[in-house]
Design a protein around this ligand. Structure first.
Ligand SMILES: O=P(O)(O)O[C@H]1O[C@H](CO)[C@@H](O)[C@H]1O
Ligand SMILES: O=c1cc[nH]c(=O)[nH]1
Length: 242
């Protein structure tokens, strides 16, 4: 790189102003590409660093971006930090998959994460012996809930677990969280909500249930894709006008 060109960010190579204030955040970079190609008008790829694809376009005339975050709080917090601090993003909506912890939360249902518990150490590092409760932006949550209801999705609102581990030695470990009403497990929301609080921006996590820890219920990839697309439209419509 010529000495006169300075980079904006460490893990994103978008130019200043290239990323919209509203960003959808899937863990999987190929889902970011699918979202841009399926829902955006005139998508332009804004990131290629580490293959963590990101795109910006418009949705119903409003500028919007999508950025893959990778799996886990550690990876996703890098992107969320840079999106907020280096690119001025203000509305961050994670769109991902989760495993259900509750018998009445079925595969293909939507889960809106009102709060996110975690087994990660991130907030022990920040807060020491004090406990911080990472929560969604209420306005975004309400809009997403209303839109999901109007469209007939089976939608659950409540607490989730953002876990640092996908594989556990103890297969019964989920039961403690389940007893306390935690709906489902994923791996990023607690980090997103914590950074959103720190920087005064809006954040929400919307999840499609892809598997079931209790009933072992399964579904086809096609069915999951259909629900996934419905979830993206809920996220994009909830962000319209922000
Ligand atoms: O579907 P995504 O957004 O990747 O989310 C879930 O899937 C991954 C694990 O398979 C983790 O990132 C988890 O949070
Ligand atoms: O993190 C995740 C995501 C989907 N399903 C799970 O069991 N865990």
């Amino acid at each position: 790189m010529p000495a006169t060109l300075s980079r904006v960010s460490v893990h994103l190579n978008a130019q200043p102003g290239q990323i919209a204030e509203t960003v959808l955040l899937p863990g999987d970079p190929l889902r970011a590409q699918h979202i841009a190609e399926t829902f955006f008008e005139n998508p332009v790829q804004h990131n290629s660093v580490r293959g963590m694809l990101g795109f910006t376009g418009t949705y119903r005339g409003q500028r919007v971006s999508v950025q893959g975050t990778g799996m886990g709080i550690a990876s996703s917090m890098i992107y969320v930090n840079e999106l907020i601090r280096d690119y001025g993003c203000r509305n961050l909506i994670r769109v991902g998959t989760c495993g259900s912890y509750q018998p009445d939360v079925h595969v293909r249902d939507l889960v809106l994460a009102q709060g996110a518990c975690t087994d990660s150490n991130i907030n022990n590092i920040r807060f020491g012996l004090r406990n911080f409760a990472p929560i969604a932006d209420f306005g975004l949550l309400l809009r997403a809930y209303q839109i999901a209801q109007e469209r007939g999705f089976a939608t659950h609102v409540g607490n989730i677990l953002s876990s640092d581990t996908f594989y556990q030695d103890d297969p019964e470990q989920y039961k403690l969280w389940a007893q306390y009403g935690v709906l489902a497990v994923e791996m990023e929301a607690a980090g997103l909500y914590t950074l959103a609080a720190r920087y005064g921006v809006r954040a929400l996590t919307i999840l499609t249930v892809s598997d079931h820890l209790v009933t072992r219920e399964e579904t086809t990839a096609e069915e999951r894709q259909k629900t996934f697309n419905g979830m993206i439209e809920v996220a994009l419509d909830a962000a319209l006008g922000l």
